[in-house]
Design a protein around this ligand. Sequence first.
Ligand code: DQA
Length: 144
Amino acid sequence: RTVLVLNGPNLGRLGSREPDVYGSANLDDLRALLTAATPDDVTVDLRQTDDEAELIHWLYEAVDTGTPVVLNPAAFTHYSYALRDAAALVTKAGIPLVEVHISNPHARETFRHTSVVSAVATGVIAGFGFDSYRLAVDYIVRLG
Ligand code: DQA
């Protein structure tokens, strides 16, 4: 089994980007944490892109392969209807998609209070640092 863990723009800079908000660990640390926290028969396929089209195509891949998704859409969260529509393809196909955020966007600037993705996600986990991802992966693993 595979879980796709997809990360949007600027998350490749984790570790050095606003460590007061996002912590000082990077995506390799996140990959290691999730792999360690996941049963051996589950593969964590963690990816990051700054490119909206690439992220959308990864969601098509999830649909075509029936692979569950943990998605941190980063800033696309707040305005990308294209990403939202692609996320809807996933959940409408009956494939779980959990929206995650490292920070709690509701405790931050007003523009972060809106997610155009949440309404088509299976659920949302935000504000727990990298544990947001871990909780999301745990949920998917427990689905079996
Ligand atoms: C984020 C929150 C977004 O508002 C922001 O644009 C990000 C990261 C988070 O994980 O807390 O890039 O999705």
